[in-house]
Structures are given as C-alpha cells and as structure tokens.
Write a protein that binds this ligand. Structure first.
Ligand code: ASP
Length: 309
C-alpha cells in the first residue's frame, strides 16, 4: 500500500501568542484535530483525496472559530460573502464559487460546480441561482452570525479600512481554511474556503477561490491550499508557482513551497502561508506570519496539530 496523508489549515492570521489563552488554544486544536480525523478517515477507508479534502474543509466551515462558512467575516454591508475552490490533481478538474451568501458549506457548492456544471467558476447572483437549482438550502444570516466577527466589523465599519486577518495582530478569531490530501492511489487534491476580509466591498474577491492563486492540484507536482494577503497571493500566482518550481526546476515539495513563501511572496509584500502535499504523501506547511493554524496526519503514524512556529 502506498503512503497517504492529509494536511489542513485554519488560516495564517493567528492570535498573537500573548493573547492566546490555554482554553482557546485547546478549542482551536480540538477543531483542527476533528477536521483532520474526519479527512483522514476517508483516506484510511480507501476514499479519494478529493472526498477527503471536501470532508475536512466542511468540518472547518462548520465551526465558528474560522473565517469560512459559519463564522465568516462581515462585509461592508453587514453580510457574509464567501469564496471556495476545490481541485482534483488526477483529472485537473476544478470548481469554484465566490461572493455566495447563505451557503452552509461553500466547498461543497464548489464541488458541485465541478461535478455538475460545464463551468469552473461561478460568482455572485449566478452562483446562487446554480445553488438553488441544485437544491441547496439558503441559511439565514443568523446561522453565520458570530459576536466577535460582528465586533471586528463594528470597529472599522464606517472607515475605508478592510481588515485582513493577517494585518491585525491584536484581534480575535481569524482564518481561511483549507485541506490537501494524497490518497492510497497516489491521487492528490486541494480545497480552500474563506469569508475573505472584514468590511470588504465592491465584490472584492481574494486568492482563495482562484485556481493557481490560492488553490491548485496536479498529480505530477503538488496540491496546495494558501492563506494570506489575497491581493498579493493573486499577483504571485502562489499555488501554481510552487507547482511550477517543482515541474520546471525539479525542486522538492519542501524546497519549492519554502522558496515561494519565504522569498518570492515576501519580495512583493505578501504575508501568509500554505499547506502542500505531493503524490508520495510528503507534506510541507511553510508560513511567514507569527503562526498558522495547521495540522497533518500520515499513514506512517505521524500526527500533529500546531498553531505557532
Ligand atoms: N486569502 C484570503 C483572502 O484574501 C484571506 C485569508 O487567507 O485569511 O480572501
């Protein structure tokens, strides 16, 4: 049997160490572990990498601790506009949605776009029509309401400021979520889901739903899910850049992802991190911020959940 593995993240915008309490740390770690276990279970029972990453991301979307699904941040209009992407490294099929509201699990809608439409990326009203056509329940705004997110928004509501998790080090609960996995057949996949930035407007979309920027998978190289300052990650085409270094410069997963996070993205001013897996089940999780909610589990018995360096 081949090695299989899964890695997940809950965002690179962690609480500064001094503000993290023991209880909160335990809560974050338990939520990460739960997502990891659910995704790993899919792999262990012979399921696909694609199903594993969707399962893990759904679990993270369902907890209010992270900025995705339940717990997504508030827009300038006081709504929640969510983005997600999923990609299959075996076929290089992908599905993505952005600016969707009321969808409990945006990652599953992205999967639906991939599996049940001719398209790759649906946005806004159109994506919502697609969701309704596919029988999705539209949750009320109360489902997504979170007091800390609301207070974050109140703090900057009437300003021109957009608050990215990573630019505000003092505040509460942050985190785009993502998962990458390698299954028993050596197929890999990636999924990413986010609420974006607090007080965003004008239909702002970050890197998370964009194939090649925040999310990418190709069996030949790697599966990547990013978290960080989206505007920079789009310009750095970060996820594809890692794959590209592996393919064209023959770099290892670790060397390529570190080159991008510790050098290339920093050069243009971006902060954040990524999780990566290759078809041999190797994992890399570099970040250039103070912390990144993250974890991985492998068929060789390694398992860890971490927040800081
Ligand atoms: N990359 C996400 C965005 O720009 C934010 C994050 O990773 O927390 O929308």
């Amino acid at each position: 049997m081949r090695n299989f593995s899964i890695a997940i993240h809950g965002g690179a915008g962690t609480l500064v160490k001094g503000l993290m309490t023991t209880e909160l740390e335990a809560e974050y770690k338990a939520a990460l572990k739960q997502a990891l276990d659910k995704g790993y279970h899919v792999l262990e029972t012979g399921g696909s990498a694609l199903d594993a990453v969707e399962t893990a991301v759904k679990s993270l979307e369902d907890t209010p601790l992270f900025n995705a699904g339940k717990g997504a941040v508030f827009t300038a209009e006081g709504t929640h506009e969510m983005d997600a992407c999923i990609m299959d490294g075996k076929t290089r099929n992908a599905g993505a949605v952005s600016l969707v509201t009321g969808i409990k699990n945006p990652v599953s809608l992205a999967r639906d776009v991939m599996d049940n439409s001719y398209h790759v990326f649906l946005a806004g009203e159109g994506a919502m029509q697609f969701a309704k056509g596919r029988g999705y329940t539209i949750e009320s705004p109360e489902y997504f309401y979170d007091e800390i997110r609301y207070q974050q928004w109140q703090g900057i509501k009437d300003s021109e400021t957009f608050q990215l998790d990573h630019s505000v080090k003092k505040d509460g609960k942050f985190g785009t979520v993502g998962a990458v996995a390698c299954d028993q057949d050596g197929n890999i996949a990636a999924a990413t889901s986010t609420g974006g930035m607090t007080n965003k407007k004008w239909g702002r979309v970050g890197d998370s739903p964009m194939v090649g920027a925040g999310n990418y998978a190709n069996n030949k190289t790697c599966a990547i899910s990013c978290t960080g300052s989206g505007e920079f990650f789009i310009r750095g085409v970060v996820a594809y850049d890692v794959a590209s270094l592996m393919e064209h410069k023959n770099m290892s997963l670790k060397a390529a992802s570190e080159e991008v996070i510790h050098k290339r993205i920093l050069e243009i001013g971006g902060d954040g991190g990524l999780i990566a897996v290759d078809a041999n089940g190797n994992i890399a999780m570099p970040f250039n911020t103070e912390g990144m909610y993250r974890g991985f589990k492998t068929s060789q018995g390694e398992e860890t959940v971490l927040i800081y360096k």
